[in-house]
Design a binder for this molecule. Structure first.
Ligand code: CA
Ligand code: CA
Ligand code: CA
Length: 733
């Protein structure tokens, strides 16, 4: 084992127990899924993640997923069809045929030892199980994985006792990034921070690789006591808590949690998957929850190969279904996430393509030089028709557009060039994007998993070449990332869309939902430039954040138009919320006599907080049982379709509904601006410290531009109008 002082032992801490003989009282999953034991897979039943429906859109075909774990039983009948193969490597000849630094890395690499062999067998039984959850084949036998046509790159970092090092994990991440993986699953955790691991995560971000990791199994709040790698703040990292089948969407007792650090919850308890003895068995833990998210990410990446890792993370957490879970965003929703990426979002259209060199190596053979250059492209690449490669100042090759990432093998003459440049061209020969990267000699693999001072030198692996070009200088300044409130999201997407057309050299936007809590957490942790919130500041918020108001929105009380309530007063609301009124016959002015059908937003939303603080007296027992939804849009659709429904939505989502005046005051733009209507909330930008650079410029534009004000006015009340209304002597809030 490696013995570097900085390479502490990873404890295999995420699986609680493994029992093959647990009888699950589950209803059989949908028959169409078909494999022999699918009926015992509670997580793939339609009502849980929406998987069978998501499979109509994607099965993850062709997406390479790295399973960084204890190896895998490669000839397991459910895994063998989906094991990744490096076709450029000749097996068993003790030669690094593809010159990526690793000898005979045909299906992966054994990073649990520094010796040159690659024994990927699973002596611990963990990796085989995790691999099956991600991509067990849909072949009639055993189980079905979340992404049954994804490819499994097996990167072994845990030995037969489940022990490994952060050095090994960091090297595995770098290998995955440099060899075509789109998603890395890390079902492992440890208590100590490690700069080497952080830098590997950053290199993966630059190479456009999403990392999904388990929250850990100590049943504790990770916001307060960190757990790694889950606690690493990165725009390409998702941390996952685990739920139990018997508990609906509640977390298992074992699962770590954290409203700022842990993004998603997914099925982790009593998961049936492949085992290292060639059969199938049940395991429980957040180790089993992370691969569910990994699988969904693979489904998404198969649909949209051009999405960046940050976009994948964004869409995963933005489309999580809300639940009162102690995580930032909610419960994994496979169907929601996959269908969201299937259609282009408004702000995504026309984003310029971005090129990255993931790996560039050169080897001298006599008078010739062999170059191997792996390139990835994200953003709107439709217009790209070909790529031109330059070695130094000499033209190396021109290739037609192809799937991303792709590797160019080309020969040059003379001395190896120090840098290579890649240029994306359109049909007319116009440059759409360009990037360059330093050329490296072929590295000898695995040196860094050994102990000693390996960590410091590890920053110079092939993969980090891309990291250094992308993460420094102007490229970083031209990128602007935002996350947070789902209510603010459509507005921000529109603003971003027009901002790009209004200014010269606009930044590239990444916009993520997930709710106000996610926005505050992401901003505080430095993952995004700007957080979006629609709830008032609270004592629980992270410190050091600056708020800038953008607009005011109002939480309006609404009913179906079949039941146009003339108004509601304070006493009426208390009666509804306390459950004292069960039918509309008991509500003065109602036209219907049917039972009440209340609709509400989940407790973690800003609108819920505004509704509760504005309309509900502290002393009122909250006994009503509303149907809860994730977004005001969903509430609107429900109320629209349900004659006896009432509820509250954000001002922008009242179309088609009857808006109920409260205490005689209508919920309108004017009353919200003046503060006469009490249920006003502020859409605000939050930044870590005062906004700087691109963030400051964008915020300034949203406040000063007449165009921005018009866009805001379509949905909400621009902050300037709120201030003006207050200045005109109307009653301020
Ligand atoms: Ca190789
Ligand atoms: Ca070989
Ligand atoms: Ca199967």
């Amino acid at each position: 084992m490696p013995t570097s002082p900085s390479a502490y032992l990873y404890r295999w801490a995420t699986v609680l127990f493994a029992t093959a003989a647990v009888g699950l009282a589950m209803p059989p999953a949908a028959g169409a899924i078909g494999d022999a034991r699918s009926g015992e897979q509670w997580a793939i039943a339609d009502s849980v993640l929406g998987l069978p429906a998501a499979w109509k859109l994607s099965r993850g075909a062709g997406v390479v997923v790295a399973v960084v774990d204890s190896g895998a039983k490669l000839d397991h009948p459910d895994l063998a069809p989906n094991i990744w193969t490096n076709f450029d490597e000749v097996p068993g000849n003790r030669v690094d045929d593809d010159r990526n630094g690793y000898v005979d890395d045909v299906h992966g690499v054994d990073f649990s030892t520094a010796s040159s062999g690659n024994d990927l067998s699973d002596g611990w039984g963990h990796g085989t199980h995790v691999a099956g959850i991600i991509a067990a084949a849909q072949n009639g036998r055993g189980v079905v994985g979340v992404a049954p046509r994804a490819r499994l790159m097996i990167l072994k970092v845990l030995d037969a006792k489940g022990a490994g090092t952060t050095n090994g994990v960091a090297e595995a991440i770098r290998y995955a990034a440099a060899n075509g993986a789109r998603v890395v699953n890390l079902s492992l955790s440890g208590p100590k921070d490690d700069p080497g691991l952080r830098s590997a995560v950053a290199a993966a971000a630059a190479a456009n690789v999403l990392i999904v990791t388990s929250a850990g199994n100590d049943g504790r709040d990770v916001d307060r006591s960190p757990n790694y790698p889950a606690s690493i703040a990165a725009p390409n990292l998702v941390a996952v808590a685990g739920t139990q089948p018997q508990m609906g969407r509640e977390l298992g007792d074992y699962s770590n949690f954290g409203r700022r650090t842990i993004h998603l919850a997914a099925p982790g308890g009593e998961i049936l998957s492949s085992t290292a003895d060639g059969g199938w068995g049940v395991k429980t833990g957040t180790s089993m929850a992370a691969p569910q998210v990994t699988g969904v990410a693979a489904l998404m990446a198969a649909v949209r190969g051009d999405l960046s890792a940050a976009d994948l993370r964004a869409q995963l957490i933005q489309n999580a279904s809300r639940a009162s879970l102690p995580v930032s965003s909610g419960y994994l929703d496979a169907l929601g996430a996959v269908s969201a990426v299937s259609g282009a979002s408004s702000y995504d259209v026309g984003q310029r393509p971005v090129l990255r060199v993931l790996r560039a190596t050169a080897a001298k053979r006599g008078r010739k030089v062999s170059y191997s250059i792996q390139t990835a492209v994200t953003g709107a690449a439709e217009a790209v028709t070909r790529y031109r490669y330059m070695a130094g100042s000499k033209r190396l090759a021109v290739v037609r557009k192809r799937g991303t990432p792709f590797t160019l093998h080309a020969r040059g003459k003379g001395k190896p060039a120090r840098r290579v440049t890649v240029i994306a061209l359109n049909r007319a020969g116009k440059r759409l994007a360009t990037t360059s990267a330093r050329v490296r000699a072929v590295a000898k693999g695995k040196r860094r998993v050994r102990g000693g001072n390996g960590l410091r030198t590890s920053a110079l692996s092939a993969a980090s070449a891309a990291g250094r070009t992308a993460a420094t200088g102007k490229a970083a300044a031209r990128h602007l990332s935002l996350s947070g409130s789902n209510v603010a999201l459509p507005l921000i997407a529109d603003l971003a869309f027009y901002y790009r057309r209004s200014v010269r050299r606009p930044p590239r936007f990444t916009i993520t939902g997930g709710g106000s809590a996610a926005g505050l957490g992401d901003a505080a942790r430095g993952i995004v430039d700007i957080g979006l919130t629609t709830r008032p500041a609270s004592a629980d918020d992270p410190t050091g954040l600056a708020r800038r108001r953008l607009a005011a929105s109002g939480v309006c009380l609404v009913t179906n138009r079949a039941n146009p309530l003339p108004e509601l007063d304070r006493a009426g609301i208390q009666a509804l919320v306390a459950g004292r009124a069960a039918t509309w016959a008991q509500v003065p002015g109602a036209r219907l006599a049917a039972p009440l059908a209340p609709a509400a937003l989940a407790p973690s939303t800003g609108q819920h907080a505004v509704f509760a603080s504005t309309f509900v007296d502290l002393a009122t027992p909250v006994l009503y049982r509303p149907r809860t939804f994730a977004t005001p849009q969903q509430v609107r659709v429900y109320v629209l379709a349900t004659p006896s429904a009432w509820g509250y939505v954000d001002f922008a989502f009242t179309k088609g509904l009857h808006v109920v005046p409260y205490e005689g005051v209508p919920c309108s733009r004017a009353t919200i601006a003046s503060g006469a209507y009490p249920a006003r909330s502020e859409i605000a930008f939050v930044t870590r410290g005062a906004p700087r650079g691109a963030a400051a410029r964008f915020i300034r534009w949203t406040r000063r531009s007449a165009l921005a004000r018009r866009i805001i006015r379509l949905r909400y009340v621009p902050d300037a109008e709120v201030s003006a209304a207050a200045g005109q002597g109307l009653e301020p809030r």
